[in-house]
Design a binder for this molecule. Structure first.
Ligand code: PHE
Length: 332
């Protein structure tokens, strides 16, 4: 019987190693260990053997069973790995693919908007600057004249990062910290725009996103006035939307500008869209950056790019801008 067991073991091992698919292997496993299997048949005969022979045959039977299970497991992991590889190959996307003569992808609407506005401002003689999205308290708040306990700190629902002292590192809540970085790095005259992503810890809805984009504009030079500010805002409104669009300013408050205003733009249907804030750079802010407020003055404004783009393209829910739905994205 032991020879018989060894023969079955050798034959079965060959069949296991030859199994080409997981289905085939499963079938084979049922054949080898099921009630009607050859080994099963032999097992039933064990009882009829003399005690010594039964012991030896039983041992051989256990060895064979063990060896076959190991062979099955080994083969199964090989087949599984190649099935995964085949699936990965079949589902692979060629991201360099060219579709009907044009590139398959294009820039996101918000990125297009940033590039278009950069062009408008570069045309007006501005340079483009960038800053980090993870900021320190100095650049996001303190240098911008937010007092230590100023309630305006709470107006900006801040995401704090678990680094350094408590509340020292933040996801920037606006692009205004880039003003500080530009002024720290360069002497006037300064004519810069600073686009980028900003973060606010607030609930999202059709008109608010927790992660959105702003464009900041900063001018510091001799003799800069509020009229330059209002004129620049109106100029870019018309350049981006068209000659039929206008802008207006309403008195407001920001710690880093004095006087401060909100600015709105008027759609051709006469309705107004609140876009951003602006004002004359506060003397404390200039001084914090080593610029003499007696010699220089400046203006700054900042506004939401997502809203701007949504308005021009008739997107009614800002959350769409964060979606990955190709049917939405392909429209722009
Ligand atoms: N940083 C302000 C905000 O996010 C906007 C602003 C920018 C106001 C520049 C004044 C000057 O609300």
């Amino acid at each position: 019987m032991i020879d018989e067991i060894r023969r079955i073991q050798a034959e079965s091992t060959r069949r296991i190693d030859g199994a080409a698919t997981l289905d085939e292997l499963g079938e084979l496993q049922r054949d080898l260990f099921g009630k009607a299997s050859e080994l099963g048949g032999l097992k039933k005969q064990l009882g009829g053997l003399a005690p010594e022979a039964r012991r030896e045959a039983g041992l051989a039977m256990n060895e064979a069973t063990e060896a076959l299970r190991t062979a099955l497991d080994g083969r199964r992991s090989i087949l599984e790995a190649s099935a995964r590889r085949a699936q990965a190959d079949a589902e692979r996307l060629d991201l360099t693919e060219v579709r009907a003569g044009r590139d398959a992808g294009h820039l996101h609407l918000v990125t297009q908007t940033i590039e278009e506005l950069e062009d408008v401002f570069v045309g007006l003689g501005f340079t483009v600057a960038e800053g980090p999205e993870v900021e320190d308290d100095w650049h996001n708040f303190t240098a911008l004249n937010f007092g230590q306990f100023h309630p305006a700190r709470d107006m900006q629902d801040t995401f704090f990062v678990g680094l350094g002292e408590p509340k020292e590192v933040v996801m920037r809540t606006h692009t205004s910290p880039v003003q500080i970085r530009v002024m720290e790095g360069q002497a006037p005259p300064i004519y810069s725009v600073m686009p980028g992503r900003v973060y606010r810890n607030e609930a999202t809805d059709s008109t608010h996103l927790a992660v959105f984009h702003q464009l900041e504009c900063l001018v510091v030079d001799e003799g800069v006035t509020f009229a330059h500010l209002a004129g620049t805002i109106d100029r870019f409104t018309k350049a981006y939307f068209g000659p039929g669009w206008t802008s207006r300013l309403r008195p407001s408050y920001f710690p880093f500008t004095e006087p401060s205003a909100e600015f709105d733009i008027q759609r051709p249907d006469g309705t107004w869209l609140e876009l951003g804030g602006c004002g004359m750079v506060h003397p404390n802010v200039l001084a914090n950056c080593g610029i003499d407020p007696e010699a220089f003055s400046g203006f700054a404004f900042g506004f939401g790019l997502d809203r701007l783009a949504a308005t021009r393209h008739g997107v009614t829910d800002l959350r769409e801008l964060a979606s990955t739905d190709i049917r939405f994205l392909e429209q722009f």
